[in-house]
Design a protein around this ligand. Structure first.
Ligand SMILES: Nc1ncnc2c1ncn2[C@@H]1O[C@H](COP(=O)(O)OP(=O)(O)OP(=O)(O)O)[C@@H](O)[C@H]1O
Ligand SMILES: C=C(C)CCOP(=O)(O)O
Length: 242
């Protein structure tokens, strides 16, 4: 059965500084992934590569743009981040190959995402598909951002995944007192504690993440880097969602 893991941009980059990797975190994540023995699909977010350029060019999940320079600036930065993630993985003998949504996904006029990737074949041939958040064509709007969280949800459905993990820069989802919530079953019960991101972020931070995860049937967990090994061992660190 397939496990889907998103490496949050808040983990693998320094979200406060444009186009800055968090080399140490990326190395730790890659080492944990190298120890995993099973079918794994990786997705990664934008951090200070995607969100910075998207914000500068006024592009978000909803706000589109026909400006090719802006569209390419976001895509190109995300491709550079994807290259860095692939390099860290391949260095540790993880057979990671890239998937770029700009060439594989689109939104219709209602904003509905369609994604047609060779991920299943890449997986069945023993590789680890590594998919970046990106900009994609959006009917009537030019391009909009597709977040790593949206890609995770879509892929979980397409691949009938067993489990989904979102590794973020926080140990889990905090309640209003700052304690990590063990289990979230409905948006309404936690809404008051959920905010955006504390850095530049065009896709809605934690609130959007939890909404997206509650919308799917696959069990999910949100955890920090310290929880990654446990998640890959089959535990549910941080906050279970759904
Ligand atoms: N209740 C909450 N619990 C935990 N984090 C929260 C909460 N409300 C808001 N946040 C913010 O959500 C952020 C995590 O979401 P964010 O989208 O930045 O993570 P990410 O998915 O790792 O990054 P990226 O979108 O770049 O991939 C935290 O850094 C924090 O600022
Ligand atoms: C801005 C971009 C391209 C990234 C959006 O994806 P996220 O980091 O998963 O929210």
């Amino acid at each position: 059965m397939t496990v889907i893991l998103k490496l949050g941009g808040s983990v693998i980059t320094d979200k406060q500084r444009p186009e800055t990797l968090d080399e140490e975190h990326l190395a730790r994540a890659a080492a944990a992934i190298a120890d995993y023995d099973g079918e794994l699909v990786l997705v990664h977010g934008g951090g200070s590569f995607g969100h910075h350029h998207a914000s500068e060019h006024g592009i978000s999940s909803e706000a589109g743009s026909h400006d090719v320079a802006g569209a390419f600036a976001v895509h190109d930065a995300m491709r550079r981040l994807n290259d860095a993630v692939l390099a860290a993985l391949q260095e540790r003998d993880v057979p990671a190959l890239p998937v770029h949504p700009l060439s594989a996904a689109a939104r219709d006029g209602d904003g509905e995402l369609s994604l047609s990737t060779p991920v299943e074949t890449i997986l069945s041939e023993g590789f680890v598909p590594t998919i970046q958040a990106d900009v994609i064509a959006h009917t009537g709007a030019g391009v909009t951002v597709v977040s790593g969280d949206e890609l995770v949800v879509e892929l979980a459905e397409q691949l009938d995944a067993e489990r989904v993990g979102l590794c973020a820069g926080v140990p889990g989802v905090f309640d209003e007192e700052g304690q990590v919530i063990d289990h979230i079953e409905s948006f309404a019960t936690v809404q008051a504690a959920l905010g955006g991101s504390d850095a530049t972020d065009v896709t809605g931070g934690m609130a959007a993440k939890i909404r997206a995860l509650l919308d799917m049937d696959t069990p999910a967990s949100v955890f920090g880097l310290d929880g990654l090994e446990g998640f890959l061992d089959g535990d549910s660190p941080g906050t279970r969602v759904g």
